[in-house]
Design a protein around this ligand. Sequence first.
Ligand code: HEM
Length: 358
Amino acid sequence: MIKVPTLFGWMVLIRGEALLTEWRTAPGTLLSGQDAKADVLQMMYTMDPRVVHDGLHLRLARHQLAKATPDLVHLLNEEVVAALKDYIATLPTDSDGWSEFAPHNTVSKIVARASNRMLIGLLLCCNADFIQLSTNYMFEVLRTSTLLRMLPLGARRLVNWFSPMMDPYVAQASKYIVPVIRERREKMAFLNDQYVKPFDLLMWLVDEAEAQGRHTDERILVIYILMFNFIAIHTTSITMSNLISDIAERQECQAILREEARMVTGEFGWGKDALDKLVKLDSFVKESMRLRPIASIMLERFVKQDYTFSNGTTLPEGTLWTLPTRTASTLTQTSLNPGAFAISTKKQAGLPLRLPQA
Ligand code: HEM
């Protein structure tokens, strides 16, 4: 276990398989991921006090999004193909037929487009200004939260009251999102059961808010859409860019993966069933994510009550506890050579990483 001073206080990193197992199996009453995220991102001020402990985004991700996955695969495939045509097929080629592009930039645009197709629908996912806005949101939140965390607690409220730094951003996003919400609400009111609801997260958000009789105001719905953009775009873009580098570096795997994709999609098309059968690709992605995690520390948790580990170390209530990702993922794998990249040709029986309750 290492105690690291940061600009904002002490942070404890856990290392070693025994401690990691204790961390993984700790009850939700002991650790809080939501409190840690709320503090790190200063969600009270950068988003809205009402979204801090509500967990609506978690319920939507775990239920509606999970249930809709088979249908979403077709829709996402359609959007990714269209985006690839727009961003890659139009690139100039040299005399040998090669094109040059910056992978992360291009992948981010493709991912942002596909994510927003699922979040808010066809109309806005192709709007370049909206896509830029939704991609930048994460950086705005991180910048603002870092500034706020440098201030004493009392001063944050004051600064935010006098100059709510994220408000112009939310206002800009509202210009795009609010008309869509209004149009849908009008149609729902006018057509009742006859209204064929769009198949996207905004619609589930509106429905859930109405059903609960809470969070019906447009600002909160806008913030939830931005929050999903924050969660979905950069995680996926970094993972995809790393994956492209790993595939490019491992020529020996390219033919194997291409052959599997050809066989499976040839027989099953591009659907959820086919994705489930891409065993080698799945294994390759997992290895890429294991050896190149999206961040060097992740999964922050606040300790909710004093906790003493089996090695006798006590973490006092309020400690920010986090995981050095690369060390953890090369320690706890079942593979014989955890530092090496190894793909499996069978469905992996490795232990799923069971996280403590968020
Ligand atoms: C390869 C892409 C992705 C990676 C690597 C990734 C990784 C993660 C990680 C590490 C967490 C934090 C878990 C924790 O602290 O317990 C997380 C949380 C979450 N992710 Fe993802 N994610 C990805 C894509 C997505 C997408 C596309 C969505 C949905 C559209 C999504 C929805 C969520 C939600 C709702 C949470 C919970 C956030 C919270 O606790 O407030 N993720 N993800």
